[in-house]
Design a protein around this ligand. Structure first.
Ligand code: AMP
Ligand code: GLY
Length: 438
């Protein structure tokens, strides 16, 4: 089969890498791709935000199936366009993608269906700001309604600061149009977990839990980024927590989408806060996470293609070994290596060295912001690489990932030194005597 992957970051490199190992795949295309992807697939330029341009590209390369990485094409209606042209694609329709495309839609959906989430108010005017700003105590969380590339959520410590931020957001001065409506919600303390499922509209598979590390510096200090690293380990959740997430959050969400005439097909990412009062939904993403995908797919033992195609056809395969998702036994860790200055402004064009040495240790280096310039591999984005490794338990896996990171270098590179450390703390707290760790 010929497969088209849409996107050009670390998540898409992991998708391409995993799909390439499928015996069913003859040819892989990616738009726009990056340097790493170009070594594993044919990269094509194109406007990924234009559903008609993407459908035309799928027709031109004669793609049998298309996989979408980022949210923006889904929110723009790429799936509806492909369906109208009878082209096979996996992902939610534009209507279903509102779960990520509008925070107001997502919060009202959660409230209407009794799915646990922080209390909230919708802000549309300065009067709404004045009436609600004190309602949830402080700190309080302010979220732009629309897509804002990770910059639409602010945590505000006191009333004057919150009021000013909310007024500015509604005036379009924080994230432009995306902030003309906003959600104000109660701050929930706890630990975050990324919980992703693959749904065919009726049935679903739950992927193992992962944790992202959003802050730029160790110990969750500094400004938020797109994600500085992630790890995948079953011990992130106890069996009870996992059952509660499925019963109180995942199943009611998928059921409600069906009842609204909008059955959800594709990956659905539940950004959860594990509070003292159980799991709560912070956000939905209508796609795989980045960087969560890198440790997840590095660990996936099954052929990915029949799973994706099955979900798109409304029939997830149901029996192992061909059907159910099988996972390799060890945990996985992905450390993101970023450009100097990221998540603020950063320079690009720095030559990258050492990837072969890192991979000779058994790691996989997924590319995010990279390109070839005059035959040299250089940086081309804020997040540059995702160095991904496995091992027999979490401590070994972390060591393996950082041993590979130590082989890579480019000017100004920085990365967190504590990816997965939360997991070590949890193992010693939750399983003191046996150290269950994968
Ligand atoms: P979101 O895009 O809604 O997931 O928000 C981005 C980040 O803001 C989350 O990953 C959390 O770290 C933080 N956040 C969002 N909502 C809340 C909340 N209600 N309480 C505490 N932290 C939150
Ligand atoms: N890692 C967070 C996200 O993909 O949105």
């Amino acid at each position: 089969m010929k497969i088209l992957v849409i996107g050009g970051g670390g998540r898409e490199h992991a998708l391409v890498w995993k799909l390439r190992s499928s015996p069913l795949v003859e040819q892989l295309y990616c738009v726009p791709g990056n340097a790493g992807i170009s070594q594993e697939a044919v990269c094509r330029p194109g406007d990924i935000l234009s559903p008609s341009a993407m459908a035309a590209l799928a027709e031109e390369v004669d793609a049998d199936f298309t996989v979408v990485g980022p949210e923006a094409p889904l929110v723009a209606g790429i799936v509806d366009e492909f369906h109208a042209r009878n082209l096979a694609i996996l992902g939610p329709t534009r209507a279903a993608a509102q779960l990520e495309g509008s925070k107001v839609f997502a919060k009202q959906f959660l409230r209407d269906h009794g799915i646990p989430t922080a209390e909230f108010a919708v802000l549309e005017s300065p009067e709404d700001v004045a009436a609600n700003i004190d309602r949830f105590g402080f700190p309080v969380v302010l979220k732009a309604d629309g897509l804002a590339a990770g910059k639409g959520v602010l945590i505000l410590r006191e009333a004057a600061e919150a009021r000013a931020a909310a007024e500015q957001m509604l005036a379009g001065k924080v994230v432009g149009e995306a902030g003309h409506r906003a959600v104000l919600e109660r701050f929930l303390p706890g630990e975050e977990v990324s919980f992703i499922v693959l749904s065919d509209g009726e049935r679903y598979y739950a992927l193992p839990p992962t944790q992202d590390h959003k802050a730029v510096y160790d110990d969750d200090q500094g400004p938020n980024t797109g994600g500085m690293g992630a790890y995948c380990n079953y011990a992130i959740l106890s069996d009870e927590q996992r059952s509660e997430i499925l019963a109180r959050i995942v199943e009611p969400t998928l059921e409600a989408m069906r009842r609204q005439g909008c059955p959800y097909q594709g990956f659905l990412y539940f950004g959860l806060m594990m509070t003292g009062d159980g799991p709560h939904v912070l956000e939905f993403n209508v796609r795989l996470g980045d960087p969560e995908t890198q440790p997840l797919l590095f660990r996936l033992d099954s052929d990915l293609l029949p799973l994706l195609e099955g979900a798109a056809r409304g029939r997830l395969p149901d029996s192992a070994p061909d059907g159910a998702m099988a996972w390799l036994p060890g945990p996985t860790v992905c450390v993101v290596m970023a450009s100097a200055g990221y998540p603020g402004s950063y320079a690009t064009g720095k030559e990258i060295f050492g990837i072969d040495q890192a991979e000779s240790l058994g790691a996989k280096v997924f590319h995010a912001g990279t390109k070839f310039a005059d035959g040299r591999l250089v940086t081309a984005g804020g997040r540059v690489l995702g160095v991904t490794a496995t091992g027999e338990d979490l401590p070994t896996t972390i060591d393996n990932a950082y041993a590979a990171v130590a082989r890579v270098r480019f000017e100004g590179m920085h990365y967190r030194r504590d990816i997965g450390v939360k997991g070590l703390r949890r193992i010693s707290a939750a399983f003191p005597e046996q150290g269950r760790s994968s």
